[in-house]
Design a protein around this ligand. Structure first.
Ligand code: FAD
Length: 473
């Protein structure tokens, strides 16, 4: 068996200076003890417990001036890698970028790597992370073998699909940190090759586009089938692109979208393309899909400056957006008037996907749209709070931008919520939501949630999920 001790590097370490130490597991234990003591202290003072992290990808408005009293910033290590059995033990706040930096030199990556470098393993498990390998491996939480979770009762609990805490294991996805925080996850990893060969196929009609996505997903479901990645980009009703990726040992040429070249533009320009494995995983990060345009990054001069300063990263735009939002500048400039920011990811069963896309064209008008299929690798596994049917193939639609609006605030988000429910879909909760409590309970399995809350956070040390995800507390 090939077991490789993990790294002791943390966020920001370069690819070349990853050190390895056999003491990674011991260090994890001592970090855990320190955290449990900090939790006890906060609990003894009767305080609500909230995470202090270095990054976030949350988009819902949150109350300001929160007391972030649980510092988890150093839970960002890969503890162990087992390439024979295909898993890695990773701390909960490890950004995928750091995990990939450690795993890739061994020829492995997590089975599902969300597109943005700063998304953390725990955040993606609790929030329904997804990527272009999800048609084969499912959502990020479906790649988890076991987890250690700091619960509201101040214990660190090991939960697995087959132990006495299986209810927590299956109830953790879509809990958004309201039941506990994942400190360590054993996640599935898969072998890589040096390059990814991409093909972008254009469609001018909606129905054949989704028919081909469904067919390709079903044909390539098995490990070892040629197509390893499937996603799509919709630029207009006549410009729908289906992108497939295959691992490759060689490449006739290699494109780079981490600098002056822009990935989403390349989709419309190149039928075929080759990227390094790393370049593929982070193809969307430098431009935050297409959202960097709002920050001037598609202007050559501004882009050169960002590039020169090492700022072509999704975290840059997130920070600028947070600063601008806090300063009230948009309101002062009148930019918020007549604009609704619709930043959402939703999943729709593939058979209803054409209807949803037509609705987006006709009723919302927000473009481009990212498309990503996801299917459960184990249809018998039921994630109690995650409202998807494991026997369905889902299409994730990601749309992030401003819509001109003369309606009341939240008009488009509400419209989308109703449509998603009508089509038996699921809406992610990382951004603004408007559900009333009763509807929320029905959609996100309120009774199962309350049972888990009672068992694992009886004193309500963590915020209630509805308060957090809908009321923005
Ligand atoms: C423009 C945009 C595009 C996106 N695209 C994608 C995409 O392509 N693929 C994808 O998978 N996701 C995408 N997301 C969503 C993103 O994955 C979620 O927002 C995710 O929850 C962020 O995780 P984070 O690690 O940054 O956590 P945070 O943003 O810090 O927190 C998110 C939530 O998770 C909870 N949480 C954080 N860490 C833990 C933990 N260790 N244990 C338990 N709960 C925890 C927090 O309490 C919070 O409620 C996108 C988001 C945006 C804004």
């Amino acid at each position: 068996m090939r077991r490789i001790p993990g790294n002791e590097s943390s966020v920001g370490a370069s690819e070349s200076d990853q050190k390895r130490t056999p003491t990674a597991a011991m260090e994890y234990r001592s970090r855990k003890e320190r955290l449990l003591a900090a939790f006890e202290q906060a609990a003894a003072a009767g305080r609500e417990v909230r995470l202090r992290k270095s990054t976030s990808n949350l988009f819902r408005n949150r109350a300001s001036g929160l007391d972030r009293n649980l510092d988890v910033r150093d839970f960002d290590h890969v503890i162990e890698i087992n390439t024979d059995e295909g898993w890695a033990d990773v701390e909960g706040m490890t950004p995928y970028e750091a995990a990939v930096d450690v795993l890739l030199p061994h020829g492995f990556v997590p089975a599902v790597v969300p597109e943005l470098k700063s998304i953390t393993v725990g955040g993606a498990i609790s929030g329904g992370g997804i990527e272009s390998s999800s048609f084969r491996y499912g959502f990020v939480h479906e790649t988890v073998i076991e987890m250690e979770i700091l619960t509201g009762s101040g214990e660190c609990i090991l939960c697995r699909p087959d132990n006495e805490h299986r209810a927590l294991f299956f109830g953790f996805p879509c809990s958004y940190g309201s039941l506990g925080y994942c400190l360590r996850a054993r996640i599935r990893i898969v072998p890589t090759k040096p390059f990814v060969h991409l093909q972008h196929r254009r469609y001018t009609e909606i129905d054949p586009f989704f028919r081909d996505i469904e067919r390709l997903c079903r044909e390539n479901l098995a490990d070892g089938a040629p197509v390893a990645f499937i996603d799509g980009s919709v630029f207009s009703p006549q410009e729908l692109f289906l992108t497939t990726g295959e691992w490759a040992d060689h490449a006739p040429r290699v494109s780079d979208y981490s600098g002056m070249n822009i990935y989403h533009r390349s989709i419309r320009e190149n039928g075929k393309d080759w990227l390094t494995a790393r370049g593929y995983l982070w193809r969307w990060d430098a431009d935050w899909f297409w959202c960097s345009r709002a920050f001037g990054a598609e202007n050559r001069f501004v882009r050169r400056l960002y590039h020169h300063l090492g700022m072509l990263r999704s975290t840059t735009y997130w920070k600028i957006k947070s600063i601008v939002q806090r300063s009230g500048l948009l309101r002062l400039l009148g930019k918020e008037r007549n604009t609704e920011y619709v930043i959402q990811d939703v999943e729709i069963p593939v058979t209803r996907a054409p209807e949803f896309l037509r609705f987006m064209f006709d009723e919302v008008g927000l473009l481009p749209i990212w498309i990503c299929p996801a299917a459960s690798p184990d249809p018998s596994a039921r994630f109690s709070l995650y409202p998807t049917d494991p026997n369905e193939l889902y299409i994730n639609f990601g749309f992030w931008g401003g819509v001109r609006s003369d309606h009341s605030p939240g008009y488009y988000d509400r419209l989308i919520e109703s449509k998603v429910s009508a089509l038996a879909g699921n809406k992610s909760l990382y951004s603004t939501s408007y559900f009333d409590r009763k509807t929320f309970d029905e959609l996100y399995n309120g009774p199962a949630y309350r049972e888990l809350k009672e068992r694992y956070d009886p004193d309500h040390r963590f915020l209630d999920r509805y308060e957090k995800c809908v009321r923005g507390r």
